[in-house]
Every structure is written in C-alpha cells, then in structure tokens.
Design a protein around this ligand. Structure first.
Ligand SMILES: [Mg+2]
Length: 305
C-alpha cells in the first residue's frame, strides 16, 4: 500500500505539463513566404468578382472588413447575405494554389514524432486543403486528427469528427443543401457603406459560420477533442487567435515572429525553432503537480455550446 502511494506520487510529480499540442495549419506548419497565403488572397478576390459580381476595385476593402469582423472571408460573406456553396468556394479558393511550394519537411516531422503528446490540427481551412498541405509537407501521419471548417460547420448531422483516433481524416460527406453561390437569399448588407459612416448605427449581421478567433469556435473544438485548455499548448501565427485562446486558458505559442505579444506565452520565428523555444516539451515537468480537472468539468463549462 505504501509502495503504491509512492508510485502515485512519483507519477504525478513527473506528469508532463501538457496533454495535447494543438496546431493551426496555414502559415504555422509552413512559412508565410511559401506563397500560398498570397494566392489564397488573390483567389478570394477573384471569387468575389466572378461568382458574386463584386466590383474589382472594392474587393480589397471588402476582404479586409469581412476578415477583421468575422474571422474568415467566407464567414463574412455568409453574414452579409450571400448563400455560399462551401465546397465550390473552397475548390475555387484552394484549387489553384502553388502546392508545389510546400516541400516535405523531415525536420518538422522528426520534431513532431519525438513529442509524446496528443497532436491535433485546428484550422479554419477545409478538409481537402488541410490533407493536401499535410501530405505535401510529409506530415499527414503525425497527427491524431483534425478540427477543420467542416468539423465546426457540419453540413450533415451525421458528420464524423476528425479528431477521433483511427478515423484518419475521414468523415463528412459534402452534400450542401444551400442554393448555388451567387444567389442572394435576401438583400446584401453593405459592409463598406456601414463602416464609411462616421458612427455606424446599424448592428453588423451575425454569421452562421463557426471559426477562429471566436471563443465559441475554440470552446467547441476543445470540447470535441476532449481537451483541457490548461493542459493544451496552442500553436498559431494569428495574434487574434492566440489572444482568444489565451482568454480560454490555453497555453500559447505565436509562430512566425521572434517576439511575444500580449496573449502569447512563447514566440518563435519558425516552427523549426520548437526545441529551443519550448524545451520543456521534451522534459517531464517535475513541477507539474496540479491534477487534471477532468473532462466532466470541461463539459460543464462548455455546456452553452
Ligand atoms: Mg494560420
């Protein structure tokens, strides 16, 4: 009995600080200068012109306003009244990307495989793009699963969540019941005009799309993957996503900058600097004495979802 107690104490004393590493994909697991981000930006603007009839001169401002107010452009487009066919949108935006710029990354692969934690992808991007990018990087088998656009915005109730072990990135069927894109379901809210007013009086319409940086999206992801934020390390290139994650109790690593900002516990220029920036990941943290509060508590906290 005494021995067992000692074992238990030793186990607890050596318990690592984290259970899970949660990774954003774009501009986090591959660098911003890969050219994908620029191509995505161009494709989104082309989509607006070709499919939604936007004026080419206004797409820059429109993208900025939608992105900054709704997290992603697609979330903003839905909010202001466009019925977007998600599959068509993503195939347009991601279909012509310079994926050839993403090369196998054995350095990152070895780093990931040497880390004895649960590892998950949490991205606003769609499943097809996520799998394609991970495959190009040679990282497709480094993660337990992913939480992507379709996971948080399931088209069917029967959507299988991707984080589950051995499901391996399969699940959702792409049947979209909404009308084809470009069909305006009602009047389109003029967001440019809205912000052109000195004191906008109208309330911005809400989006039905769930995505980072909304705290609701992060809470939902944590709940789906059964993660305790206090024991999860969140890797992101987006400052606002980092700050939302921090507000919910996640430990945070800002990727793509060598300096920390408010809300970031760590910062690193490149994900390749992981070992230097967060060496404790490779050590059992002997100071970690705090017991995991358990999933019941998390479920209660997120029961409003
Ligand atoms: Mg990103």
């Amino acid at each position: 009995m005494e021995m067992k107690n000692e074992d238990q104490i030793t186990q607890q004393a050596q318990r690592p600080k984290y259970d899970c590493l949660l990774f954003d994909l774009d501009d986090t697991l591959y660098p911003l200068n890969s050219g994908l981000a620029n191509a995505i930006d161009k494709n989104i603007k082309d989509y607006m012109v070709e499919k939604l009839g936007a004026e080419p001169s206004k797409t820059g401002e429109l993208v900025n306003l939608l992105y900054s107010n709704y997290g992603t452009t697609i979330a903003g487009l839905r909010a202001i009244g466009y019925d977007i066919d998600y599959e068509e949108y993503y195939s347009f935006v991601h279909g012509k990307l310079p994926y050839e710029n993403l090369k196998p990354d054995p350095v990152l692969r070895n780093l990931l495989l040497s880390l004895p934690y649960r590892k998950l992808i949490f991205t606003n991007s769609d499943k097809v793009h996520t799998i394609k990018a991970l495959e190009r990087l040679g990282l497709e088998d480094c993660f337990e699963g992913m939480i992507c656009f379709e996971t948080l915005n399931p088209i069917q109730k029967s959507t299988v969540f991707y984080y589950e072990a051995d499901i391996k990135f399969e699940g959702s069927k792409s049947i979209n019941p909404t009308p084809k894109n470009g069909v305006e379901c009602s009047e389109i809210f003029d967001i440019i005009e809205h912000f052109a007013q000195p004191e906008p009086s109208a309330v911005l319409p809400e989006t039905p799309i769930i995505c980072k940086p909304s705290e609701h999206a992060i809470k939902l992801a944590l709940k789906m993957a059964n993660l305790n934020p206090q024991r999860t390390l969140f890797f992101e290139d987006s400052v606002r996503n980092i700050q939302s994650g921090k507000r919910l109790g996640l430990h945070t690593v800002l990727v793509g900058r060598s300096y920390r900002v408010k809300g970031a516990d760590y910062a690193m220029e490149s994900i390749h600097n992981l070992k230097e920036a967060v060496p404790e990941l490779w050590e059992a943290d002997i100071k970690a004495q705090v017991a995991c509060p358990g999933t019941e508590k998390l479920a209660v906290e997120t029961s409003d979802i």
